[in-house]
Design a protein around this ligand. Structure first.
Ligand code: UP5
Ligand code: MG
Length: 195
């Protein structure tokens, strides 16, 4: 994609911070296209005939980061599909969560406008994920996987946030409050970035 043909906002934050919840609201009210890397990976995992199904299942359960080639190919395809239908504003949720992905995506697909980062205490995220795990059917919503996801978030994904912060491209929103209160702050954050 040539510069300025599409705009991309990365949405990052720990597991259970509320990325998907807030992105869904932005889609409804502000006309963004929401692409969750995790959702794309789970769909690919379940696609009959996928060569990567088992590998993706293993990485997700262990809370580790699937090799970037797979995730970036899925994201690129989804962006192209949506672009061909007229979409130009994308929320890329739960990505990039490792430095290599950040560099490759910005080099090969598009530069991000900025990163919306959800700050949330681990205790709040833990409670939300355990609660959701009662009905979500997600293989990683159990205490063992959640602990691994938290560790990966700190060790592997926070350096990406630090990287963009050094470029002055991170807006932070606290998200340990009710969904609508967080959403109000999300909208303020977007306004502060001219959206
Ligand atoms: N909830 C949300 N907001 C709330 C609020 N303000 N007050 C009270 N409750 C709130 O929310 C989680 C739960 O909390 C829900 O029940 C919600 O109702 C409630 P959600 O909006 O789903 O949070 P989100 O941040 O999206 O949490 P998610 O579990 O999706 O985060 P993860 O980042 O862990 O999951 P993701 O799907 O992005 O990734 C899963 C795995 O895929 C990764 O661990 C990794 O193995 C793999 N992956 C890669 O390998 N590469 C990638 O690039 C991306 C993913
Ligand atoms: Mg999510």
């Amino acid at each position: 994609f040539a510069d300025n043909k599409i705009s991309v906002i990365f949405v990052l934050g720990g597991p259970g911070a509320g990325k998907g919840t807030q992105c869904a609201k932005l889609v409804n009210e502000q006309g963004f296209v929401h692409l969750s890397a995790g959702d794309l990976l789970r769909a690919e995992q379940q696609r009959p005939g996928s060569k990567y199904g088992e590998l993706i299942a293993l990485y997700i359960k262990e809370g580790t980061i699937v090799p970037q080639e797979i995730t970036i190919a899925l994201l690129e395809q989804a962006i192209k599909d949506q672009y061909s239908q007229g979409a130009v504003r994308f929320l890329v949720d739960g990505f990039p969560r490792k430095m290599d992905q950040a560099l490759t995506f910005e080099e090969q697909i598009a530069k991000s406008s900025f990163t919306l980062f959800f700050e949330c205490p681990e205790s709040v995220m833990l409670e939300r994920l355990l609660q959701r795990g009662k009905t979500s059917g997600r293989t990683d919503d159990n205490i063992e996987s959640i602990k691994k996801r938290f560790k990966t978030f700190i060790d592997t994904s926070m350096p990406v946030v630090d990287h963009f912060e050094k470029q002055g491209k991170v807006v932070k929103v606290r998200c340990d409050q009710p969904v609508d209160d967080v959403y109000t702050k999300v909208k303020e954050a977007l306004v502060s970035k001219g959206i």
